[in-house]
Write a protein that binds this ligand. Structure first.
Ligand code: BG6
Length: 485
């Protein structure tokens, strides 16, 4: 398989928060990789902008260090790195004042794409948008990129949308959910809408239920302060799992175009039922043999009631899905890192082999990470004599094996997304109404468990989560698929 790299137009990319963690870990390494792949043109420029006083040479040294640290010294060949660093510049800026803005405006070139990446606290989004505008940097070719958390609830998300809308059109606002940039998440659309095989069965008549699991082995690490105010619902479910749910459940859009796709996703979110309190299980991980601290210690609050795990059952009230439950779960410090969507089909309506053949259902599992691929569980005759005994076997396709080594190392989500910003393609970005609808679904759940004073159930680090999550499915006569690396 040979990948095709189409260079993007020349651009000026300003990274507000250009010295911060996200810039160093993700944005700059992603740009460097695209530079090495020949997709970022020679004329492109990256301007770091932040409060700290640095001259351009100091910033260039910082960029070099970040690439070596996060791309790896071997991959960051000296020549390419020097050429890349040469494209960077720096301005000390006061997001809430006047310092640095005239200098920044002076660095903008006429006629090329301008992207302003807000890699800063959301509280600064409004100030930045206003100053970009006031200082004459907002042109038709300008776009802004914002990161999650996009709001803390519906009210704050709406306020943020309103603030940005004062200075930029929706078509200029790129809200990143990095899950949408993952190669295999995009593949969900290809699998669903590029094949005739699945679509006729993709509804409540044939699908018994769908499971979406995003399991992580990491804990909250050094992010305890942020995470403790968010929890798994705000950190993962309202955005990443919601996007997966939309892609798996939406109607086929008429074309692969930003608004056609996002209109269909929005319809799914708006059709979601309110989740009943007894259909939600929240958990919190405990310390493991003194090796890893428990959640409360990591979060720095011995009484914290924030969840690091959540499992829930929801329904989509529309013609396609009425009656098919969707089970979602995500958690930190689980037994394995594994993101999988499993579409569990109904049993055959009548078994010609009699009750002793047991129950068998086809399951289509789409592995998003790691070990990306799809598995279709099919029922066959167990080989050999002894009558008609049935057994379920996997038809397994690992993309790396099927597509060759290149697919083994797909571009990082940020590489794809940043290039899409430059190209002006919003398909993989969340529209403002989508974000608001997702909060409108999540808010009552959060308000409910707060009002009831519920405390998350403890679960062992390295386990599959609290036992109560198993009961959530067992009550319905179902079981979770295993969490395997
Ligand atoms: C982030 C969350 O958005 O996604 C983190 O804030 C989480 O808590 C991360 O660990 C997971 O992303 P990935 O790409 O590692 O699955």
């Amino acid at each position: 398989m040979v990948s095709r790299v189409i260079p993007v137009e020349p651009f000026d990319l300003v990274i507000f928060g250009g010295t911060g963690d996200l810039a160093r870990r993700k944005i700059l390494p992603a740009l460097f990789r695209r530079f090495c792949a020949g997709q970022m043109p020679e004329e492109a420029r990256i301007i770091g902008a932040a409060r700290s006083e640095h001259d351009t040479d100091e910033y260039k040294a910082m960029v070099r260090d970040a690439i070596v640290e996060f791309v790896g010294e071997d991959d960051a060949q000296a020549d390419a790195l020097a050429a890349f660093v040469d494209r960077t510049d720096y301005v000390t800026i006061d997001a809430r004042g006047t310092d640095g803005w005239v200098e920044l405006a002076g660095k903008m070139r006429e006629g090329c794409v301008r992207a302003f990446y807000f890699s800063v606290a959301p509280a600064l989004f409004g100030d930045l948008a206003e100053r970009i505008h006031v200082n004459g940097m907002a042109t038709d070719q300008s776009r802004i990129v914002v990161e999650k958390p996009f709001g803390h609830d519906l009210a704050t998300a709406r306020a943020l949308n309103d603030t940005l809308a004062q200075h930029f059109d929706e078509g200029q606002i790129y809200r990143i959910d990095h899950y949408l940039g993952k190669e295999t998440v995009q593949n969900l659309m290809a699998i669903r809408f590029g094949n005739m095989l699945f679509e006729p069965l993709w509804n409540s008549q044939y699908v018994d239920h769908i499971q979406i699991t995003v399991a992580e082995t990491v804990g909250v690490g050094g992010r305890g302060e942020y995470y403790d105010k968010a929890g798994a619902m705000r950190d993962m479910v309202q955005n990443h799992l919601m996007q997966l749910l939309c892609l798996i459940a939406m109607e086929p859009p008429a074309k692969f175009d930003p608004d056609a796709v996002r209109d269909e996703k929005l319809k799914v979110i708006r059709a979601l039922d309110e989740v009943e309190p007894h259909h939600i299980v929240r958990g919190q991980y405990e310390a493991l043999d003194g090796e890893h601290p428990g959640y409360r210690e990591a979060a720095g609050d011995p009484r914290s009631s924030t969840e690091s795990y959540i499992a829930l059952k929801t329904h989509i009230s529309n013609w396609r899905w009425a009656g098919t439950p969707f089970y979602l779960r995500t958690g930190k410090r689980l037994v394995a890192r594994s993101s999988v969507i499993s579409v569990v089909f109904k049993d055959a309506p009548h078994s010609i082999f009699g009750p002793e053949a047991g129950r068998h259902a086809n399951v289509l599992s789409i592995r998003l990470q790691p070990n990306e691929g799809i598995t279709l569980q099919v029922t066959i005759k167990e080989p050999g004599p002894g009558g008609m005994r049935l057994v379920d076997v996997p038809l397994d396709m690992t993309f790396a094996e099927a597509l060759g080594p290149e697919s083994d190392d797909p571009p990082d989500a940020y590489e794809r997304l940043i290039m899409d910003v430059i190209r002006g393609n919003q398909t993989l970005f969340m529209r403002g109404d989508e974000v608001e609808a997702a909060w409108a679904w999540a808010d009552p759940m959060i308000a409910g468990w707060k009002a009831r004073g519920e405390v998350p159930k403890p679960y062992e680090s390295g386990s599959v989560g609290p036992d109560q999550a198993d009961q959530l499915l067992r009550r319905d006569g179902r079981v979770w698929r295993g969490i395997k690396p």
